[in-house]
Design a binder for this molecule. Structure first.
Ligand code: DX5
Ligand code: ZN
Length: 216
């Protein structure tokens, strides 16, 4: 499949969120990447349900919600009501991951699992058939604008191999430090979806930057 682009609204101008959502609507982006942080799982707090709902009101593309929160189960239903189309939880934040994945699907969303840079791809072996998405973190989660961790490329290759070997339908997304250089290497390694925050929103022309990422 041609790769997808999921701009991260974490780097948008929150005083002009509707404008930035419309920019993404009118660009060649495929999804909205929405980063929710709780200040516990990661050393940062981003935003919660009111902001997700506000994005949903204007978004004309699917909401790809990345939860960087402890114990996500208790909030799954509310994220469904807030308009999440894909809900991704962290492997490191879930004690009963299989149950969490089923709960996400039972609430009508696609289910994703994210792995931190230090977490081995092998932990996905027993859930890969249940997943709609795997998110490989290429920075330590918590902040936009960090440097890409090169070792991620081999994890992307390993994940792609696991997906192919098992016949899983999961798409492979990568998040953190993505630009046209790292993005091209990630696509070569097997990534299906690229998340990009600061590279898009700090550029002179975000619409063009999304197109640059899309047309690599
Ligand atoms: C980091 C978030 C990312 C972040 C990426 O914890 O999950 O989605 O917005 O930002 P950039 O593209 O600037 O690395
Ligand atoms: Zn993210």
């Amino acid at each position: 499949m041609p790769h997808l682009i999921s701009p991260s609204v974490l780097s948008c101008d929150f005083a002009n969120i509707q404008r930035d959502v419309e920019m993404i609507n009118n660009s060649s982006a495929d999804w909205f990447h929405v980063d929710v942080m709780d200040g516990v799982f990661v050393p940062n707090i981003s935003f919660g349900f009111p902001v997700v709902k506000a994005i949903k009101r204007h978004a004309k593309k699917p909401l790809d919600v990345h939860l960087m929160i402890e114990n996500p189960d208790q909030y799954v239903e509310e994220f469904a009501k807030s308009g999440a189309d894909i809900l991704t939880v962290h492997y490191e934040a879930c004690r009963h991951l299989h149950r969490t994945i089923q709960l996400i699907k039972a609430n009508g969303m696609k289910a994703g699992v994210a792995l931190n840079p230090h977490t081995s791809v092998s932990v996905l072996e027993d859930v890969i058939m249940d997943l709609d998405l795997v998110l490989i973190m290429s920075v330590n989660p918590g902040f936009g604008g960090q440097k890409f961790i090169q070792h991620t490329l081999s994890k992307v290759e390993q994940t792609k191999a696991l997906i192919s070997k098992t016949g899983s339908n999961a798409v492979l997304e990568v998040d953190g430090g993505v630009n046209t250089t790292t993005g091209a290497a990630l696509i070569k390694a097997g990534a299906d979806v690229l998340v990009a925050g600061s590279f898009v929103f700090n550029s002179e022309n975000p619409t063009q930057t999304i197109l640059d990422l899309k047309s690599m």
